[in-house]
Design a protein around this ligand. Structure first.
Ligand code: FCB
Length: 451
């Protein structure tokens, strides 16, 4: 086995998001978000867990940054909570909210950790939800206003921005499947939301570039590899639709190809587009397709899909291959293939993986360690896939592990643990896991020993 060295300057990072770690939901003038409301609605999260306290990071950020420094991180991806900055979604700016992120960024820079700030990781202010939320076009304009405020305040120190995290989750998971806030089950609303989330990205990019000239901006899309259950035309049709629904819908629009015609046709045939894409207004697609400075994406798993009565009624078939605690199949080949596709089909000039990681529930052992061999194996396999892609010419320049620390995993509450750092929620004690030590070695050596 040879060593797998990464290119010089490769960005080794870790990621989190505001609602999943900060807690302090009433502190310093923060407004409420749709996740406060959703998590406090009975039955929406496992055991009624909420992000009220989470990892208490709002008060412990210095300790957390010190752990990042210990890990040797080159970059840290966090998200800014919109309701801390604009408690009512638009209008009055809450200075103490901005000050928190200023302090966080100062602490990162003091340790030579490059901040990557995500502006929207799902915590829409409730005032905007009450005005219609993402199915309303105005929400995109509100996002641009908010993006400009944050970029103005932090843009001299934060030079890397991600506008929107995972528009598929914002639209379909939240407005059609109803598993995330605001918990709607409405296809036309979800499709309008998908367009407005992308529009928010386009408008937000303009606002950031105006407020922070020279800053680098991108969007973070999520990808799920789609594999047909068999080679029959019907299963391949189902996989085509699945890939279009999850991946191409967003990717094609961002890459300047517009919404994929086959998926528009599928949605129309299914009756999901009663207004025939009327939400797309002149100029929108050009805004959405404005070049990103880097292209970011999140990857966890694949789905194996089989035919339903129509392509959009596909069924997900669960193979018996190894899975993480989330029930997600471990499929590093999908990461490799997506990287190649982004390069060869979409010609993305610079790519970063903004999330990749695994949930395992290894307990804290008596010696104060967490022996999370499953996570290390998952990371190793996915980094080997990254290295293969780089060797094949893919311009992959960074990797952010999800997540720095165990945190509030949305509808799963605290029952899933993705962290490199174990959090004891009763005491808020942090314990670096074995994967933390492994990743630290890897970062220090800029690659994998014994590949
Ligand atoms: C992604 C989210 C992130 C986390 C991981 C497990 O979809 O962006 O917040 O929940 O999944």
């Amino acid at each position: 086995m040879t060593n797998l060295l990464f290119p010089d300057g490769f960005i080794w990072g870790a990621a989190t998001s505001a609602y999943q770690i900060e807690g302090a939901v009433h502190a310093d003038g923060r407004g409420a978000s749709i996740w406060d409301r959703f998590s406090h609605t009975p039955g929406k999260t496992r055991d009624g867990h909420t992000g009220d306290v989470a990892c208490d990071h709002y008060y412990r950020y210095l300790e957390d940054v010190a752990l990042m420094a210990k890990l040797g991180l080159k970059a840290y991806r966090f998200s800014v909570a919109w309701p801390r900055i604009l408690p009512h979604g638009r209008g009055a700016v809450n200075q103490p909210g901005l000050d928190f992120y200023k302090r966080l960024v100062e602490a990162l820079l003091a340790h030579d950790i490059t901040p990557y700030a995500t502006l929207y990781h799902w915590d829409l202010p409730v005032a905007l939800q009450d005005a219609g939320g993402w199915p309303q076009r105005d929400t995109a304009a509100a996002f641009a206003e908010y993006a400009g405020v944050v970029a103005e305040a932090l843009g001299d120190r934060v030079r890397h921005w991600i506008t929107i995290n995972e528009p598929w989750c914002i639209s379909f998971l939240s407005h059609q499947l109803g598993e995330h806030a605001p918990g709607m089950q409405d296809w036309p609303a979800a499709l309008a939301a998908s367009h407005h989330a992308l529009l928010a990205h386009g408008m937000g990019m303009q606002a950031i570039r105006a407020a922070a000239p020279g800053a680098e901006v991108g969007i973070a899309l999520n990808f799920t590899a789609a594999v047909p259950a068999s080679n029959t035309p019907a299963d391949r049709e189902a996989a085509r639709h699945f890939d279009g629904h999850y991946n191409r819908w967003f990717l094609d629009a961002v890459a300047g190809h517009g919404y994929p015609a086959d998926i528009v046709a599928d949605y129309s045939a299914a009756g999901y587009l009663p207004d025939n894409m009327a939400f797309v207004q002149p100029g929108d697609l050009a805004l959405i397709a404005a070049p990103n400075d880097f292209f970011a994406f999140n990857y966890y798993t694949r789905e194996v899909v089989a035919a339903g009565s129509q392509p959009w009624n596909y069924q997900v078939v669960r193979p018996t291959t190894p899975r993480t605690e989330m029930g997600w199949e471990i499929y590093p080949e999908g990461l490799y293939k997506i990287l190649l596709r982004l390069h060869s089909h979409y010609a993305m000039p610079r790519i970063i993986i903004s999330e990749n990681g695994a949930s395992y529930l290894d307990p804290l052992s008596a010696d104060g360690h967490v022996h999370d061999h499953g996570r290390i194996a998952y990371m190793r396999q996915h980094l080997v896939a990254c290295h293969r892609a780089i060797s094949a010419g893919v311009p992959l320049t960074g990797f952010f592990y999800w997540s720095l620390l165990d945190n509030f995993e949305w509808a799963f509450g605290y029952h899933q643990r993705f962290g490199l750092i174990h959090v004891d929620y009763a005491t808020q004690q942090r314990y670096p896991k074995d994967s933390f030590l492994w990743y630290r070695e890897l970062i220090a050596g800029n690659g994998l020993a014994g590949g």
